[in-house]
Ligand binder design. Structure first.
Ligand code: AMP
Length: 366
């Protein structure tokens, strides 16, 4: 693919904060952006050249997006695959729709990952109470029941434990009737993620892994370096590269892992897009994950992923956004707010990255 010339338009499906930061990175490289999103004046549209206000599967809106864009990308993984497959006839869509298919359904995703020889939490498809009982028996009575599709930020999940009588029935009552997956509970020492990219020429690049803390299923903080051994970091990078190559991927991907207490690395999930646990790259790297993604989908060379500082990124969730003025007074702190008018509970309103001097040469401590 020849690089898109400056002034070309990048179409972005989805208008949240990830789309916003992609649009800002695109603008820095001289591109125009057009956002497809049903909610008017969404975070991405506030900084894009244009918004098409429409549903992600609205045929007219998609046709207009294809007409107006030189390439189309997306900022979330629940874009309807059928809609994207229709676009492909008229305009390049990157990352390729196969990546959406692999990531949208937790069962398909786990089968894809284990097919590549990567380890995951133990899992079973659950389509009825009998499957659930059989799965729980196999996993020692404990598990996490999840909807196969449309789960995010811990939504669509219920924990089942032997010391919580009735939790299996309660989980089934809450989630049953939809295709489900039961996962064994992983006894993890840490959750890490890696943000990596594959360019149009097949070149690969990865940022340093981050150690992530989640609360109520929502990412709270990402710390780099992640405090893992070089061996674990290298395995995470190799896993991300194997996933990118298998999908003939072009763009940035986020891959989340558990590091178990006995030192194994299990892939938790893949996100075929820029990732919340990579927001630190905008403050601690010369080329952020957002610019990296725009470079990849526009056919430009991938950028340098080296990290110039150690850092901690924290999300500002709900009314935590009120901390913004105080945070701005702190030296070495980079704040990013998303332009959302209403600070509802659980809503990601912004994030900040606190920079420190770089302690280690290779990014991973042993
Ligand atoms: P997910 O949406 O699947 O990434 O789940 C959100 C969070 O729930 C993860 O980041 C973990 O903290 C926790 N979690 C999910 N699945 C498991 C599992 N199989 N074992 C232990 N913790 C889990």
């Amino acid at each position: 693919m020849a690089p898109l010339p400056p002034g070309a338009t990048v179409g972005i499906i989805g208008g949240g904060q990830l789309g916003r930061m992609l649009a800002m990175a695109a603008a820095r490289l001289g591109y125009r952006t057009i956002v497809l999103e049903p909610q008017a004046d969404c975070p991405a549209a506030q900084v894009a050249n244009r918004q098409i206000v429409g549903a992600y599967d609205d045929a007219y809106a998609l046709a207009e997006l294809a007409r107006a864009s030189a390439v189309v990308t997306y900022e979330f993984e629940n874009v309807p695959v059928e809609a994207v497959n229709e676009l492909v006839a008229d305009v390049p869509v990157l990352p390729p729709p196969a990546a959406l298919e692999a990531a949208q359904d937790r069962l398909v995703e786990k089968n894809f990952l284990t097919g590549l020889g990567l380890a995951t939490a133990p899992y079973r498809a659950v389509d009825g109470m009998d499957d659930l009982k059989a799965g729980l028996a196999a996993f020692g009575g404990a598990g996490i029941l999840k909807t196969r599709r449309f789960g995010y930020d811990g939504k669509g999940q219920a924990r089942i434990a032997p010391d919580r009588p009735g939790s299996a029935e309660a989980a089934w009552a809450e989630l049953g009737g939809r295709p489900l997956i039961l996962e064994g509970v992983v006894d993890f020492r840490a959750e890490i993620s890696i943000v990596a990219a594959r360019g149009a020429d097949g070149g690969l690049a990865a940022y340093d892994p981050a150690a992530n803390v989640h609360r109520d299923g929502i990412l709270r903080s990402s710390t780099v370096p992640a405090g893992i051994s070089d061996k674990v970091g290298g395995s995470a990078r190799a896993a991300a590269f194997a996933i990118l190559d298998a999908l003939f991927y072009v763009g940035v991907i986020g891959v989340e892992f558990f590091v178990t207490r006995d030192g194994r690395l299990l892939v938790n999930e893949i996100a075929p897009r820029v990732h919340n646990s990579g927001h630190w790259t905008e403050a601690a790297c010369a080329v952020s994950q957002f610019e990296q993604h725009i470079r990849a989908v526009c056919g430009l060379p991938l950028g340098d992923t080296a990290r110039h500082s150690d850092c901690v990124m924290e999300n500002l969730i709900g009314d935590e956004v009120a901390r913004a003025p105080a945070l701005l007074a702190e030296p070495g702190l980079v704040l990013h707010l998303y332009g959302k008018a209403e600070a509802r509970p659980g809503r990601k309103m912004g994030h900040f990255t606190k920079l420190g001097s770089r302690q280690s040469a290779v990014g991973n401590r042993t």
